[in-house]
Design a protein around this ligand. Sequence first.
Ligand SMILES: Cc1cc2nc3c(=O)[nH]c(=O)nc-3n(C[C@H](O)[C@H](O)[C@H](O)COP(=O)(O)OP(=O)(O)OC[C@H]3O[C@@H](n4cnc5c(N)ncnc54)[C@H](O)[C@@H]3O)c2cc1C
Length: 499
Amino acid sequence: MSDIDMTGVDIIVVGAGNAATCAALSAVEHGAKVLMLETAPKESRGGNSAFTGGAFRFSYNGVDDLMQLCPSLADEDLDNIDFGTYTHEQYYDDVFRMTQYRSDADLVEVLVTSSFETAKWMTTHGVELIPSLGRQAFKVDGKFKFWGGLALRINGGGEQLVATLHEMAEKAGIRVVYEATAVDLLQDGDGGASGVRVRHGGKLHDLKAKAVVLACGGFESNQAMRARYLGPGWDLAKVRGTEFNNGEGLEMALRIGAMPYGHWSGCHAVAWDLNAPPYGDLAIGDQFQKHNVPFSIVVNANGERFRDEGEDFHSYCYARYGGEILQQPGMFAWQIFDQKVTHLLRSEYHIRRITKVEANTIEELAPKLDGVNAQNFIRTVKTFNAACRTDVPFDPNVHDGRCTEGLAINKSNWANPLDTPPFEAFAVTAGVTFTFGGIKVSTLAEVERHGKKKIPGLYAAGEMVGGLYFHNYASGTGLMAGATFGRVAGRQAAKFAKG
Ligand SMILES: Cc1cc2nc3c(=O)[nH]c(=O)nc-3n(C[C@H](O)[C@H](O)[C@H](O)COP(=O)(O)OP(=O)(O)OC[C@H]3O[C@@H](n4cnc5c(N)ncnc54)[C@H](O)[C@@H]3O)c2cc1C
């Protein structure tokens, strides 16, 4: 006999992050009684969602739309903020361009076309959205100009998001059992999901329910699975977020025949402080990241540049920085900035727990870059400086075309000679955010076997949904996808549970 009270429970939601809580709230709104299972203790609940900076990607047609989500925008100096638009078409373009046109078009359609409405739904559940000034728009000549669709972000980041959603869940009568790890799905005669086997209090319990929503993340926290699916070296990457996403949800779904889907050898990984702990630290959140590559030059142990730092705005390439660093000798790199751009650096460059050195000359800086060939580094900077098109004006809000010419690897935009001391350098390694491989779901979040056959009673949301991300990722999509498919999964599971 289990000590977990299942009285009246229709739906079990596995996980307690953004996707899971959105699913649970949505299921209750559609008349179901829900129990949530969270493997983490209460103080570590919320998975990767709790670590996020709160970037939230949705489409909008102008400032009037934004005001519906953030009425306090009226108090801003709107003459000096250009929010632009982020239409469905712009959103589609970003997703497909970045995933090399591999994203599942049906799932992306759900994501994009309901994104504004999903953002609105979140605000009705207490989530506060505020302008993302300084992160997605720089102030140039007194004016901000947004450049990538992330006009509003979640106030208080992931920590506040998880707190708010759980407060709403509690008000809605949703119970969460902590330190309860789902280890398997129960099945009924027709192969459908009829509950969850869970490890809790040192025992296994079989919990029966009419429907199950899996929203328990990817396998990013699991070293063995990273090595197995992402490839050699990935077991050595640091993990940016939770230590609790060990791929159990994916494995239990695959065991009952769910179809693996999406980019199983791919993941989101960023430049992350070299001396960050092995897993995320909620006290630091996402601040070990170092996203301002476009304003830097980045060198490896050989003192050589290895990517076009000015390829695009960071939002469109930061998810690849980590994988590229992992391929470098010693799996580390240094980002170097001079005083012409340090005022543009994000908050994460100003924290105390940081691997940073400074110097007044490049020659003085070179030996301070631990592990780097100093002579090569000095040569790299000289050659880089000489190659910069300084006749083209620098503008961080647009692809300014201020490039280098004649280098083996050119910088396409924002190329400034390193000539204004003091120089600041930051050591980084690969920080894995989440894995791309998932299971196949329909546009109604129903888990499918091969041939689009549904597994009755089984739904999935969040990082577990395969087919959205390949090779790369547009920032702010994870929370939106989790909320979108979480809502759908909760609604559909409630309908299913009611027969
Ligand atoms: C540092 C960092 C910053 C980020 N910043 C952003 C951002 O600004 N914007 C954005 O859109 N995305 C961001 N992301 C990505 C984002 O966090 C994810 O895309 C999103 O939160 C995934 O939500 P989820 O609910 O699917 O998974 P999670 O939030 O990871 O939730 C998974 C849940 O399942 C639980 N769980 C796992 N296994 C089990 C099990 N066997 N049994 C029971 N429970 C289990 C976990 O404990 C957790 O509660 C960031 C990620 C990180 C790590």
